[in-house]
Design a protein around this ligand. Structure first.
Ligand SMILES: [Zn+2]
Length: 428
């Protein structure tokens, strides 16, 4: 009996399952797993779990009890399915099952999974139910290849990635589901394009700056102190001192697109003074005593989060020194440290090799400008052997008329099957 699958036959088998791949994607899209609030997690997880149970997987449903948003009406249900083959390593495919709301501007129904012109349309098609379906077809093809599975295969469908992963991968990682010895390699089929292997992501710091003033009558602003003018000074200091410094950074992270290879700072919102006047009403004449800015600072792997916070605080403190009456509060809202695995890890090299084999061109190693669940696998699970690899175009994620190309799903399923086999066989 052979111990190695006939690779040409394996790839042909997956090509022959293109329709099935599209149908699984369609079925998954039909569960409107919108987060927030976290709808339809249970039926979506059960669809996945029951399919894999029939193929000999041991299936567990794990509710993230007590996680943010977990209630009896919206339980945070995760599914993990495991196939015990030989003594080789465990390869885990992790997909989030939640999607963002459909939003406006669709020309097709967002939760029907319309299949047209070689594409499957719907919310979550590319981010990331198409990738989940590809991983299912990849592992099923390995089971059908006629040779014993040399290691272990896992597929998970997890909750709440779009809201930080605290009821999903983070919760599971805290309980050992994403650590050795259970798991050796994790592939997250996020939509990074079929020819790219994503080795990590930038970090995030969201914060709020509030400048303080003193209220007075608007006809005599000299009697007060405008918090909005103080915020203007903050924005000016960003322009003159902070943005040029951010643009100066270089990084080893191959972030795509290129513009994200420096740290970035977005000003999400600025609100000062009274609320916007309602239609037909005049505003009251007062000097603003408070102005708030929410910002979104993205970090490179070379940056230390505490140092980044210190840089912001130093800038604000310098305004306190130079600007009469300047007072502020700085609050943390959310933070994620950057994560990047080493390019010579087997999960990277074997997936890149499989891309070359399937597509006939070298894989690009990239990093994501935004964050995804790799941070939890790395930081909590202490597992460095994690990448994102999957079909679909990242730019389409969260857009109206989101779609995934069936051909890209087939190709990525082929890559996943070859990579998983090599990793379970101990390939370096
Ligand atoms: Zn995603």
């Amino acid at each position: 009996m052979s111990t190695h699958p006939n690779e040409a036959a394996l790839l042909a088998m997956i090509t022959g399952r293109a329709d099935e791949l599209a149908e699984i994607t369609r079925d998954l899209i039909r569960f409107p797993t919108i987060n927030p609030p976290g709808d339809a997690y249970r039926p979506c997880a059960e669809y996945l779990g029951e399919r894999l149970r029939k193929r000999g997987f041991d299936v567990q449903y794990i509710r993230a009890e007590g996680a943010p948003g977990d209630t009896d009406s919206h339980p945070r249900i995760n599914v993990i399915a495991r196939y015990e083959g030989g003594p080789g390593p465990c390869v885990h495919f992790n997909s989030h099952i939640d999607v963002v709301e459909a939003g406006e501007g669709w020309t097709l129904p967002p939760f029907e999974g319309v299949i047209r012109d070689g594409k499957v349309y719907g919310r979550g098609a590319c981010d990331m139910k198409g990738g989940l379906a590809a991983s299912v077809v990849a592992v099923e093809a390995l089971l059908d290849a006629g040779v014993p599975i040399p290691g272990k295969l896992e597929i998970s469908g997890t909750a709440d990635e779009e809201s930080g992963g605290y009821g999903g991968v983070a919760w599971l990682a805290e309980r050992g589901w994403f650590s050795r010895p259970r798991v050796d390699h994790v592939i997250i089929p996020e939509p990074l394009n079929v020819d790219r292997v994503c080795i990590g992501h930038r970090g995030v710091w969201w914060g709020e700056i509030e400048t303080l003033g003193r209220i007075a009558h608007g006809s005599m602003p000299f009697l007060g102190d405008s918090a909005i003018r103080h915020m203007g000074a903050v924005v000016e200091a960003f322009e003159e001192r902070l943005y040029p410094r951010l643009a100066d950074h270089t990084t080893v992270m191959p972030v795509v697109p290129d513009g994200a290879r420096t740290p970035t700072l977005n000003i999400n919102s600025v609100h000062g003074g009274q609320a916007e006047p309602q239609e037909g009403r005049l505003p009251s004449p007062v000097v603003a005593d408070s102005c708030r800015m929410v910002f979104d600072r993205r970090l490179l792997i070379e940056e230390d989060l505490e140092a980044v916070k210190g840089e912001m605080r130093a800038l604000l403190d310098s305004l306190s020194q130079t600007r009469s009456g300047f007072r502020y509060h700085l609050r943390d809202l959310f933070e994620v440290r950057p994560s990047m695995t080493e390019p010579d890890r087997p999960v990277v090299t074997q997936t890149a090799r499989a891309v070359q084999q399937v597509l006939g061109r070298p894989a690009a190693l990239v990093c994501s400008p935004g964050t995804y669940d790799q941070k939890h696998v790395d930081r909590i699970g202490k597992l460095r052997d994690c990448i994102a690899y999957g079909p679909g175009i990242l730019d389409l994620a969260h857009q109206p008329d989101e779609y995934v190309e069936i051909e890209a799903m087939v190709q990525s399923a082929q890559v996943m099957a070859l990579s998983a086999w090599a990793l379970m066989s101990g390939g370096k």
